[in-house]
Write a protein that binds this ligand. Sequence first.
Ligand code: SF4
Length: 338
Amino acid sequence: MTPPAATGPLIDGFGRVHTDLRISITDRCNFRCTYCMPTEGMQWLPRPELLTYEEIERIARVAVTELGITSIRITGGEPTVRSHLPVLVAKLARLGVDVALTTNGATLASQAADLAAAGLHRVNISLDTLQPDRFAAITRRDDLERVLAGVDAAVAAGLQPVKLNAVIVRGVNDDEIEALAAYGREVGAEVRFIEFMPLDGDGTWDVEAVVPAAEIVARLDAAFGLAPAEARGHEPAARRHYADGRGAVGVIASVTDAFCDRCDRIRLTAEGRLRSCLFALDEVDLRRVVRDDAADAASTDAAIAAAIRGAVADKWAGHHIAQPVFVRPSRSMSQIGG
Ligand code: SF4
């Protein structure tokens, strides 16, 4: 085990500096997307096992003030199904960091304005198809119109940028790549095409179902004309501007062109487990630290910081998807958060 630095930025054994914390606030969801969750849903976490908003705020405060975290993304399951979400957004925004949300958009039309007023800066909305029947087949819900209304509400509320996450699966929705991109250009939202990853709830992922990023980029270039690629930062998506200046598009090549060498992310699950990687096989229980009544406030904060530093110091180089050594994590995407 690499001894973690006691102070300073959150650096792992490969020199990667971690500044982005993704917080899942629930494992529950109002959709049943085929690439994420079984029809019947999952065994939901009992409410007392979920971190409270106060506990989330505490961990986030330590991460921001002690560990150099500068951006926080709220995820799920579906975070908008947890009540009083603007209260949590306001708590996190008061920490002075960039606050983002990943959502399926189904209830955004009624929540976007309140979330923006509470301090939300930007939002990613899942949208894998523009066809109502296919939407119902993928999500097992007939809610396409509500999601599109959610996109409009996010744009109207001034959330910036509004991004649309589209998981492309061969033979399911890969014929809609151009249509989704055109929709994004029309409404002023940036589409991020995501390669299908082995985090599906029923474990049927197959590399044959992955549409490689190179193929997606070639089709977008042929249809719209793309400007040369930008220098890659820590962002998962490789961004390309449209040659005509009407916005940009991103492609997340988790399988065919992994970006682990530039990773700056850590994740907190809804029940308080710290994961150094989306595909991590081990976790650190921060809830036990936070709920340790024997410790006073200062030593609890110190223990939170030390636990996070330890997890990051031990972080592996990256996932091994599609390699013989790859081991699927025991959690599905809905139990980790995007
Ligand atoms: S797979 Fe893990 S190491 Fe790689 S980019 Fe994602 S979170 Fe980072």
